[in-house]
Design a protein around this ligand. Sequence first.
Ligand code: PEP
Length: 247
Amino acid sequence: MRVKLAAGNWKMNGTGNDLAEARKIAFASPAPRSEVLICPPATLLTRMADSVMGSPLRLGGQDCHAEPAGAHTGDISAPMLADAGATHVIVGHSERRSDHGETDAMVRAKARAAHAAGLVAIICIGETEAERDAGRTLDVIRAQLAGSIPEGAGAANTVIAYEPVWAIGSGRTPAPAEIAEVHGTIRAAIVGAVADPGAVRILYGGSVKPGNAAEIFAIADVDGALVGGASLKAADFGAIIAALDAA
Ligand code: PEP
């Protein structure tokens, strides 16, 4: 039985004024059955950790460096995230892959660093629109998985997030059958790459909203969602969490 996970990715959004939204999620009553995570910008991690202390809300980073420390101006390491109150970190988000040229090998090194720091790595994969149109989605997914998952990965330290690049922030989502096909492919492809493939959680991400969450969470092998824009407001994220609890 996989515990469902609703993970919010605040991206480069949020200042101290927005901590109230995180508190509403953290102290929602009744508490959700699903695991809930917010990945705020690094500037908010410590303050958010303080402000939601005592709640079941977990916090994560949005990226980490592959090295634990050193001369890497502007970067943040996995041990620093853990020290700031994070239990998780997103690695390989498509915006990191496109804005910063991150390759599968770099994503794997970051996931390895996350594991070494005791963090759960949320490894993001997903095809571009051109790759889907060319019928290459499943090949792309398999290649990204093969390149991005480090040795020693398993359900305790790794979550896979399927995020079609063209669905992120666009308001568009794949058809349920297309999501099911990819999630089934991921479940099969991680056999041999992780210790316990049946226990690893696979999230869907890309324009998840209160209005489409129930339909997406009803799909086989969808164990939750990675949510961008709709995680910024507690009303929207709370509705998505409620749909996940009800699925
Ligand atoms: C994301 O950033 O991971 C994401 C899925 O964004 P959105 O929900 O806004 O499409």
